[in-house]
Design a protein around this ligand. Structure first.
Ligand code: FAD
Length: 348
């Protein structure tokens, strides 16, 4: 049974830094937002691609990591009670006869909204898949690109593919919980944190797990089950490996995906917008952050923050057509203090 649609004033597609700051700018104007992201966590590129790397060009923040920026944005938007729908990609956006939009996600969430803010960055991150004919039949049964519930793999014979942090972290995590853990990577060099690699080698030396250099080149199935994989090593020899579960962590690649089909103006895979309100070619749909393009665009977080502020003012006419909105300072406006849930300071 499908759930009834959720009625909203504003839906933000993308929980990267710009989508999160959009919540803040809308919040100041007393517009509550729903935020959707295909990833299970917020932070976009900052968290997915460089959580521990220092960022030096956020105004008035001399240095913070991608994760710290995200944590601070989450703290900053706390007063606005945005509703997050994570781990689901927005696939459909359609204009309704009443002027609003129907928006649907891969998990069946249906929102009816007056405005949409596309803060989709370089597109939605999708797991890079393993390219072996027919193996896709086992996806989400015995082949996984993401671990949602680690307990389901307890006591299993697990093969993990990849050389990045996800592959190593999960391999280490499953030692002692799974029946057996074998890590396969195409070379004996890793992108993962050196400390994880050292730990993995230590566990291999103690025969608590196994590491093989090689690539999966085939598989055997029996009675509809994936029974074993064939791994061709750097010596050219193909070995057979029985398994219950195959976890593949080949990284994530961004795809513009469904956004390309929503009838919006596109230039070189980015959404064209005006620079007054950062509205797309469809009235009521705004695009902010890395996803948009306009003369002079620079794909920087601070540009996205500016765009989010103007887009918020730009959307008011669709949500409160009769309301006049004036710029107010968070320093001095008692009204803004109220929406922020802070006390008004007394100025001399
Ligand atoms: P993103 O961070 O890309 O977030 C977009 C989100 O939208 C993603 O989480 C994605 O999953 C989601 N999404 C997309 N499509 C859909 C869909 N259909 N449904 C649901 N969700 C969807 N910038 C700086 O200013 N300073 C720096 O020092 C800096 N360093 C960087 C270092 C690296 C290694 C990289 C890769 C980038 C760096 N950047 C830096 C760029 C900065 O990260 C981007 O400008 C910023 O992340 C853009 O934010 P965003 O919110 O627009 O998009």
């Amino acid at each position: 049974m499908s759930l009834p649609p959720i009625e909203a004033d504003a839906v933000i597609i993308g929980a990267g830094p710009v989508g999160l700051f959009q919540v803040f700018e809308l919040g100041l104007l007393e517009i509550k937002a729903h935020v959707i992201d295909s990833l299970p966590v917020v932070g976009g590129q900052c968290v997915e691609l460089y959580p521990d790397k220092p960022i030096y060009d956020i105004p008035a923040v001399p240095m913070c990591t991608g994760q710290e920026l995200t944590d601070n944005l989450m703290k900053q938007i706390e007063p606005f009670g945005a509703h997050f729908h994570l781990g689901q990609e927005v696939t459909e956006v359609e204009k309704r006869s009443d002027g609003r939009f129907d928006l649907r996600t891969t998990l069946g969430t249906h929102l009816i909204t007056k405005t949409i803010f596309i803060a989709a960055g370089v597109g939605s991150f999708q797991a890079r898949t393993i390219k072996i004919d027919g193996i896709e039949a086992f996806e989400n049964k015995q082949l996984f690109y993401r671990v949602k519930d680690p307990t389901q793999f307890a006591g299993k014979n697990i093969v993990i593919c990849g050389g990045g942090d996800s592959a190593l972290d999960w391999a280490l995590n499953f030692v002692g919980k799974a029946e057996s853990v074998i890590l396969i990577h195409r070379r004996d060099g890793f992108k993962a944190a050196p400390s994880s690699v050292a730990k993995m080698k230590e566990l291999c030396a103690k025969y608590e797990m196994q590491f093989e250099v090689g690539q999966i080149t085939g598989f055997e199935e029996r009675d509809g089950h994936l029974r074993e994989i064939k791994v061709t090593g750097s010596d050219g020899v193909t070995r057979r490996m029985p398994l219950d579960v195959l976890l593949v962590f080949f990284g994530l690649s961004p795809k513009l995906g469904p956004i390309a089909n929503w009838g919006l103006g596109i230039d070189r895979k980015q959404l064209t917008v005006d620079t007054e309100r950062f509205e797309t070619t469809v009235p009521g749909i705004f695009a902010v952050g890395d996803i948009n393009i306009y003369p002079g665009k620079k794909k920087l977080i601070l540009s996205g923050f500016h765009e989010a502020a103007l887009a918020a003012f730009g959307c008011v006419q669709y949500i409160y057509p009769d309301k006049k909105v004036h710029l107010q300072y968070t320093t001095t406006s008692t009204k803004l203090h109220k929406v922020l849930g802070v006390e008004s300071p007394i100025f001399d």
